[in-house]
Design a protein around this ligand. Structure first.
Ligand code: FES
Length: 386
């Protein structure tokens, strides 16, 4: 029996063919063009998007929001909490940084990225001081997994933010109130001073108007006579604000120091680990303070790294290898710059690098000497390839 005879015996096959012929006569050829799926996927997840700054909003003395609109009229959809990687050219260095989109997903004409000046930073000074309306950039498509997951997260959410780590919560809260979603949200924001509070007036106004949104500011260095909550985000502060932690999902976004402090406080409150989500927040301000850093290596020590069997570059021990590559004019793939996405996966052929334990590198990559160069620091002369 050949294949045609066999198919002719399959129940319903003849009817399906007849139906297909009728559909063809009525609607024309329904066969998808060969590259249909690929072009559809690239609409939703373009490799890069050309955008320009259409507005710059001063948020605090140390923070600005840059509003980015597409050059050709289209931005892909995203989930509140996701980030984009913004590429910049500063002098001869082509580099980039990841910024969570602080605007909500239903504002489809632009993405807001909110930038805070980091004293030791390189890109933040440029974005704060030199960028003006009309400047053009390339950004990645939205990425990341720090968003509400309806199947596991429930509808009672506690957001704990520090510094510019407030941005994903702004996007989520704006979506919740603008779309009338039935979530209960408790937002705790830790700020060093009252001048540095990002979106403070906006959250205060929202919480006064919407019963399901609660806002607590915690200031660690308050001015004299300040009457609000002061100090750090301790178990007591959390408990006083929330009442019970039961059934609530905790989201944290802020500097690594904040995680080190707040995680034990959540343990004291017996919040289960599966109920805590943490957003990656870039490399530490000072790698030498990370557990496991070898005390005999100075962060200023300069090593030689041979890249892809060709160029040899200088790399400081205290700087991620990805940054040293960029300083030397080399282009290496990256996205999150926080050790999470694996885009910067790099093979080490010779030498040694330090990576904090929390970098989620695959076990097999550890065996076969791969690193995430955005969170790896040289400890010797090296040879690498990517
Ligand atoms: S850029 Fe994401 S892991 Fe390095």
């Amino acid at each position: 029996m050949n294949i045609q005879e066999f198919l002719g015996n399959v129940e319903g096959f003849k009817e399906a063919i007849e139906e297909r012929e009728i559909l063809k006569r009525v609607f024309g050829d329904l066969t998808l063009p060969k590259d249909f799926v690929e072009s559809f996927v690239s609409l939703l997840h373009p490799k890069s998007i050309d955008v320009k700054a259409v507005d710059i909003i001063e948020e605090t003395p140390s923070t600005k929001t840059i509003r980015l609109s597409p050059k050709d009229g289209y931005l892909p959809p995203f989930r509140a909490g996701q980030y984009v990687s913004l590429k910049v050219k500063i002098g001869k260095v082509l580099t980039g940084r990841s910024f969570t989109i602080s605007s909500p997903p239903h504002t489809r004409g632009y993405y807001d990225v909110t930038v805070r000046r980091m004293e030791e930073g390189f890109v933040s000074h440029y974005l704060m001081d030199d960028v003006k309306v009309g400047d053009e950039f390339q950004i990645s498509a939205p990425s990341g997994s720090f968003y509400h997951e309806p199947l596991t997260d429930g509808k009672d959410l506690v957001f704990i933010g520090g510094g510019s780590g407030i941005t994903p919560f702004r996007s989520i809260i704006r979506e919740v109130i603008d779309r009338g979603l039935d979530f209960n949200i408790w937002l705790i924001y830790g700020s060093r001073t009252t001048d540095d509070v990002i979106f403070g007036d906006e959250f205060k106004a929202i919480s006064e108007k919407h019963k399901n949104i609660n806002y607590q500011l915690v200031v660690s260095e308050p001015p004299a006579g300040y009457k609000g909550v002061t100090g750090f985000i301790t178990a007591d502060v959390i408990k006083d604000f929330l009442g019970s932690v039961k059934g609530k999902t905790f989201y944290m976004c802020g500097p690594n120091l904040m995680y080190s402090f707040v995680m034990p406080e959540l343990e004291k409150l017996k919040v289960p680990g599966r109920r805590i989500k943490k957003e990656a927040y870039g490399p530490p301000a000072d790698i030498t303070k990370e557990p496991g850093w070898p005390s005999d290596v100075s962060p200023d020590k300069v090593f030689k790294i041979k890249v892809n069997g060709e160029k040899t570059i200088d790399a400081k021990a205290g700087e991620p290898i990805l940054s040293s590559l960029e300083r030397a004019g080399l282009v290496s793939p990256y996205l999150c710059r926080s050790g999470e996405c694996s885009y910067c996966r790099t093979k080490v052929h010779v030498g040694k690098a330090f990576m904090p334990d929390r970098v989620p590198i695959r076990e097999s990559d550890r065996w076969y000497d791969y690193i995430h160069s955005c969170m790896a620091y040289p400890l010797s002369d090296m040879e690498i390839s990517y």
